[in-house]
Design a protein around this ligand. Structure first.
Ligand code: ADP
Length: 425
């Protein structure tokens, strides 16, 4: 592709967050590729935006900075006209970072003297008012996020939170300004800059607020945000929502679901698939631990069923069963063992001709994508909020396969059957 064609270059601090952002950009009219890590070569498709998925949310700040700068250099090499640093809609970070240090480093590298920060994502019930972040009806520090194991969020005031992480002065563009529209926001930015502010938290309580904000962000070299602001940026590049943006190659090949998620929604989805009479095979983690060839057994089981439509291979279990396995094997060991087994099964299924693969579970998805050697995914239409079908090349399927990665509690109860129907449509 010609470098100048790339409009928006995005750096996301985790994998499912990257997909969430990509999904919003596609819905607002951009053709999007998500890459897993920083690609080693140039982009192989003509698109409007690229989302580089890092795993930098909770690693040491200096490493997060180094990885983000590497992603920036690659995106600049592809001609990106604006950079978007994407973090979690609950602003997951600690006083050590990584939102502040990464923002500082990106602004320095871009020679930018002003940027904004807003995790607002009203569609997902994340709103910012007077600089305070709400999750649903709760302030952030009452929402459960105060107990997060890695990034406990005990202060809902984002001006204070970000100020503790950055050497730039942090200010606020509050709702009374945002409500007046782009010109008022531009004026406020000019006033803040004159006051020495380098980064402003921006209030938004509705999609209307995000859309009013959009035009005022057009000239910023760097925007930092959750995935919400994405709905307002494509219009700055003359793009409108269109079915074209989500177009993927026609689907073909066999269909399978691999599920390692034990979330409430996934348990219901597994039960629904089985109740619909579709073939499903439950895997026993203790047999994996005993060294039984569970992968070969699963593939032998799947082979005859695949000709008749979608099949499901799952380790999904109810909380009591999961706790019992974890008590016997150890939490991390059980997780890694099951992830690796499911990933090997996913690769085996693709070798059997599966070209429409649905994976349930965030960590499980990471393991499967890695096992399939997928480096880039073109993002298609969403099956349910936050879960799009994607198309990706893999050494196991050089002509490409369709893959959907569903984390934890996403998706309706009939998701495992609906997903394949929506792909045909
Ligand atoms: P989610 O998106 O629902 O959190 P993940 O795939 O991220 O799903 O996490 C589920 C974790 O639980 C994975 O590490 C997976 O290997 C592990 N796991 C899956 N099934 C079982 C099971 N039956 N017993 C114990 N651990 C399991």
């Amino acid at each position: 592709m010609s470098g100048a064609a790339l409009k928006l270059g995005c750096i996301a601090d985790d994998f499912t967050g990257a997909t969430d952002l990509a999904n919003n950009l596609v819905r607002a009219g951009m053709r999007v590729v998500q890459t897993i890590g920083v690609p080693s070569g140039p982009l192989d498709a003509e698109v409007d935006a690229v989302v580089v998925a890092l795993k930098s949310r909770t690693i040491p700040a200096d490493q997060a900075v180094a990885q983000s700068l590497e992603a920036l250099r690659w995106l600049q090499g592809q001609g990106a006209q604006q950079i978007y640093f994407k973090y979690c809609s609950t602003f997951d970070s600690t006083p050590a970072g990584n939102i502040g240090p990464v923002t500082d480093a990106l602004m320095d590298a871009l020679g930018s003297d002003f940027s904004i920060a807003t995790p607002a994502f009203p569609d997902n019930k994340r709103t910012v008012f007077k600089g305070y972040l709400f999750a649903g009806d709760m302030l952030l520090n009452e929402s459960g996020m105060q107990n997060h194991p890695l990034t406990p969020m005990t202060d809902p005031n984002l001006v204070r939170v970000l100020q503790s992480q950055t050497r730039r002065k942090v200010g606020l563009i509050d709702h009374s300004v945002v409500a007046q529209g782009a010109e008022a926001i531009r004026n406020r930015i000019a006033a803040l800059k004159a006051d020495g502010v380098g980064i402003a938290i921006v209030d938004a309580v509705s999609n209307g607020d995000l859309l009013r904000m959009g035009p005022a962000l057009a000239d910023l070299p760097l925007v930092t945000a959750g995935s919400g602001v994405a709905i307002a940026l494509p219009a700055n590049f003359g793009l409108q929502a269109s079915h074209q943006a989500a177009a993927l190659p026609a689907a073909s090949g066999l269909q399978a679901v691999v599920s390692g998620s034990c979330s409430v929604a996934t348990n219901a989805q597994v039960a629904h698939f089985i109740a619909r009479g579709r073939p499903a095979l439950a895997l026993a983690p203790l047999r994996m631990a005993a060294g039984d060839d569970v992968v070969r057994e699963a593939l032998d089981w799947a082979r005859p069923h695949l000709a008749n439509g979608s099949v499901l291979v799952y380790s999904t279990a109810e909380p009591d069963a999961v706790r019992s396995i974890q008590a016997q094997l150890g939490v991390e060991q059980a997780g890694a063992l099951v992830e690796q087994t499911l990933a090997a099964i996913a690769r085996g299924l693709v070798a059997l001709g599966v070209r429409q693969l649905l994976v349930a579970g965030g960590e499980t998805s990471g393991a499967c994508v890695q096992a399939l050697g997928i480096a880039q995914m073109r993002i298609g239409g969403q099956i349910d909020p936050g879960v799009p079908w994607c198309h990706a090349a893999s050494p196991a399927a050089p002509e490409g396969l369709h893959i959907a990665l569903k984390s934890g509690n996403f998706g309706s109860t009939d998701f495992f059957t609906k997903a394949f129907t929506s792909l045909q449509g």
